[in-house]
Ligand binder design. Structure first.
Ligand code: AVJ
Length: 328
């Protein structure tokens, strides 16, 4: 993978912190000045946002995490026996709840040398790494703080490598961007390496709708937190109560579209960007979450220079794992 050194967490050079803040200002300016307005879902994941997402994964309506974990628990033994990885690289690691299932299987398989979690949320990543170091003192844990849409360098690792991208976070990327990200991975993989992808499957729109509009309002809080973060980190003055969470499933695009809608006309001042105004009913889109079937995933991995080896859907058709290798 390419040139620029990412942050190997634990050492916190100020340069990347400053750079990511400037990147945030640029992204927010472009997003809020575009029509329609949008904000990147990567800005959900400050510490508060990562905590709220953990809460979402426990919700009865949010089936994705449970469905994927059940699949992993059932299939990881076979996957590790076929891939024989010594290093696990995890994109968008978050709290690493599913990671332990994989590391335990690698240990049982006899080779678990390194774990490289990659995540945009520095504090969360460092906390997770600390916990894992205590539980897995025999495994070298090298967290990498990076936005997975940006290029990053991986530390020296002993192969074969299993790269995992779980939780259906691939769903945040429209097709072209998803192919670019997977192609980036494919270029760094050697023939012995494998890629494991978790994907949420298309299903009854009602079931999907409930997963993004939970009765306790945690998803709404997670969504609104992106504005609270801009108030905290960019000294913006968003009146949070003027905005309403909205999430709907488009059967045409096979995606959930999440928005924050202005209940009344709003003027917001962001010192480094200027004044942003919203008319009543105007929204800012905060997330897309695409849903898939086998053909859609085969299309993505195929276009990215990967070859799908195994398609592992849950019996109830809710979620699937796909194992692939580099096609070059
Ligand atoms: C972490 C991107 C997979 O899209 O389901 C959860 C984030 N957004 N509830 C998803 C999310 C609203 C989640 N991903």
């Amino acid at each position: 993978m390419t040139d620029r050194p990412a942050d190997v967490a634990g050492g916190t050079p100020p340069y990347t912190v400053r750079r990511s803040r400037q990147q945030m200002v640029r992204d927010v300016r472009r997003g809020l000045m575009s029509n329609p307005k949008e904000l990147s879902p990567k800005y959900f994941y400050d510490e508060r946002g990562s905590e709220l997402f953990e809460e979402i994964t426990q919700l009865p309506e949010y089936y994705l995490t449970r469905a994927e974990r059940a699949l992993l628990e059932t299939l990881i033994g076979d996957i590790v026996r076929s891939a024989k990885p010594c290093t696990l690289v995890e994109l968008g690691a978050g709290s690493a709840t599913k990671t332990r299932i994989i590391l335990d299987a690698m240990r049982a398989q006899g080779c678990a040398e390194s774990y490289v979690p990659i995540d945009v949320s520095r504090d969360f990543l460092e906390a997770t790494a600390l916990q894992l170091r205590a539980e897995y003192s025999d495994i070298r844990i090298v967290p990498v703080v990076s936005d997975i849409t940006e290029s990053f360098t991986l530390p020296e690792m002993s192969g074969p490598v299993l790269v995992v991208f779980l939780g259906s976070t691939i769903g945040n990327f429209p097709r072209e961007a998803a192919i670019r990200l997977l192609a980036h991975l494919a270029r760094s993989m050697s023939p012995a390496d494998r890629f494991l992808l978790g994907a949420d499957l298309r299903k009854d729109p009602e079931v999907i709708h409930r997963a993004y509009n939970d009765s306790r309002g945690v998803t709404a809080a997670f969504n609104l937190n992106i504005l609270e973060r801009l108030n905290r980190e960019l000294n913006a003055d968003f009146p949070i109560d003027a905005f309403e969470h909205q999430a709907s499933y488009s059967t045409g695009h096979h995606r959930v579209e999440m928005h924050l809608v202005a209940r009344r006309p709003v003027r917001v001042m962001i010192p480094e960007i200027g004044e942003i105004s919203f008319s009543e009913g105007e929204s800012v889109r905060t997330e897309l979450s695409y849903k898939y079937d086998r053909a859609a995933i085969e299309d993505l991995v195929g276009q990215a220079g990967l070859k799908m080896e195994t398609w592992m859907p849950a019996e109830d058709g809710s979620f699937a794992l796909a194992l692939a290798r580099s096609d070059s």
